[in-house]
Design a binder for this molecule. Structure first.
Ligand code: SF4
Ligand code: SF4
Length: 90
């Protein structure tokens, strides 16, 4: 999608350059690994590792149940945590 703009290499490397996982918060549930649409996240020696095939969808950041993801060394408000679940709103 971004290849015509010359951004494809930057986007693909996005998580490796700006995302980190706080190993103290991570419970190794594997949800982010399973939910990445590009299979770009894996465990290496028990640590979350990113490949170079990111689609910059930010699903990993928002789906982590422990909010262990950091963007540029800072935690952030997760979209899913801002809202009650649909069932809770009924
Ligand atoms: S879930 Fe999305 S933002 Fe996270 S590594 Fe995978 S493609 Fe990139
Ligand atoms: S979703 Fe969060 S807690 Fe689970 S493995 Fe990924 S970073 Fe760790």
């Amino acid at each position: 999608m971004f290849s015509n703009l010359g951004h494809d290499k930057y986007i693909a490397a996005f998580p490796a350059t700006v995302l980190k996982v706080d190993s103290k918060k991570c419970v190794k549930c594997g949800i982010c690994v399973k939910q990445c649409p590009n299979g770009n996240i894996s465990f290496e020696n028990g640590t979350i590792t990113f490949g170079r095939g990111c689609a910059a969808c930010s699903r990993c950041m928002h789906i982590c149940p422990k909010n262990a993801y950091e963007y540029m060394d800072k935690t952030f408000e997760q979209y899913d945590l801002k809202q009650k679940s649909i069932l809770e709103q009924l």
